[in-house]
Every structure is written in C-alpha cells, then in structure tokens.
Ligand binder design. Structure first.
Ligand SMILES: *Cc1c(COP(=O)(O)O)cnc(C)c1O
Length: 232
C-alpha cells in the first residue's frame, strides 16, 4: 500500500512537471514520516526513498539511529534553540529557520562540530497568525544577516501554505515564494544560494510543483492519516 501511494505521488509530480515544462530532476519528494513507526519508513526506503521529513528533534534522532545512514533527514518542524545541538550533524537540511537567533545557534553548533548546515528560511507568505515563519517583507533583511554566519549555507526558502479545500487557492502563495526567491537571487548576496524551494504538502503539492517547488513534503498522501492520540 505504501509503495503504491509513493509511486502515485511520484507519478503526479511527473505529470505536474510535464504540465509546467519543468525537468523532473528539479523536484524531490520528501516522505514526511512524523508519528509513523520505523518499519513503515523501512518499507519505502527499500522501495527507493532516501528523503524523509520529521518535525520533532527526539523522533528524528531516534529514527536516524535505527535506519540506514544514506537517508537524507529533513527537519521541517519548528526548532527550539536548545535542541539544535542534537541534530546539526545528523540532518541533511533544516527547512524551518525563521529567526536570526535560531540561525546563530545553528551556526555556533555547526562550528563546534566542524560541519556546514544547509538551511532554508521559512516564510509565512500567507501571513497566517497561527504559523511560524518570517514575514515576506522581513525576509531579505533576515537572509542577509544569516548569510554572514559561519557554518551555515542558505539554500533557499520554505513555506507552509494554509489548509484549504481547493489547492488552487494556494497557488498565489507558492508563486509569491518563488518570486521572493528570485528577488533575493538578483541581489547577489555572498554565501546565499537560492536554488531550493520547499513548498507543497499532500493537499497541494501538484500546484506547488507547477509554481516552482524543488522539494515537496508529503506525509498523509504516502503514509495515510496520522494518529496523534497514540504516544509515538
Ligand atoms: C506534517 C507536515 C507536512 C506533511 O503534511 P501532509 O499534509 O500530511 O502531507 C509537510 N510539511 C510540514 C512542515 C509538516 O509539518
């Protein structure tokens, strides 16, 4: 079942790329495995999946220890500064950097562990009160400051779009994030790569791909609904 789901999502990404005239290699599917047990991750790992997304530090570290080391772990959830030290040398990328203070902590720990951490700056493009992320208009100032820190490589931007019934409603936000990344790229700021856009979830990833996503983060569409009542 998981493999069929995974293949179907990949197929829909193929189609969205074709529709938008994009090369399929530009888009990577991240399997968002939060709350799901290790055997389910193993199953799609065996099927070829190497990119997994988690939103809790402890859970990411636990799974990291149990699963093969060629997995690219993506930290996609809100990150507390006091937990940064547990993951800097384990994650492939942190998608959820939304403040200079958090970036400074990541930088400090990266220097300590002698590694470079790839990050994305999370932008609250839809301006939702309930969401983390920097405001669109503050993003350029923030990336300019983060770019000065050692041990950090800014790769692009991430957003969590609103929960909507009709994915088309989110097209405007994906398009805005793409435009913002283009604006930043044109500023040619040292130590900033703007080649990564993490946007699109189960309900809207096809629209996100059409608008330029390079990472889509799909959980429910692969693993099924999450059960938060169980203590996993
Ligand atoms: C849980 C989560 C997802 C996946 O959501 P689905 O709707 O299950 O695909 C994607 N991104 C973030 C940041 C998440 O926390």
């Amino acid at each position: 079942m998981l493999m069929e789901n995974y293949d179907l999502v990949q197929k829909k990404i193929d189609d969205a790329c074709a529709k938008a005239g994009r090369s399929r290699e530009e888009v990577t599917l991240i399997a968002v495995s939060k709350t799901k047990p290790v055997p389910m991750l193993s199953e799609i790992y065996e099927h070829g999946c190497r990119d997994f997304g988690e939103n809790k530090v402890q859970e990411l570290v636990d799974k990291y220890e149990q699963l093969p080391k060629d997995i690219r772990w993506h930290m996609i959830g809100h990150l507390q500064r006091n937990k940064v030290k547990y993951i800097v040398d384990k994650v492939y990328m942190i998608h959820s950097v939304d403040s200079l203070r958090l970036a400074e902590e990541i930088s400090k720990e990266a220097v300590k562990k002698n590694c470079t951490v790839k990050i994305l700056v999370e932008v609250n493009v839809a301006n939702e009160a309930t969401k983390f992320g920097t405001q669109t208009e503050d993003t350029i100032a923030l990336v300019t400051e983060i770019a000065k820190l050692p041990g950090i490589e800014i790769n692009g931007l991430m957003t969590i779009a609103p929960y909507v019934e009709n994915a088309e409603e989110n097209r405007q936000y994906f398009s805005k994030l793409k435009q913002l990344s283009v604006d930043i790229k044109h500023k040619n700021i040292d130590n900033i790569k703007m080649n990564t856009l993490s946007m699109g979830m189960t309900g809207d990833y096809e629209v996100a791909v059409e608008e330029g996503a390079t990472f889509v983060r799909v959980g429910t569409g692969i693993f099924g609904e999450r059960d938060y009542t169980k203590n996993n």
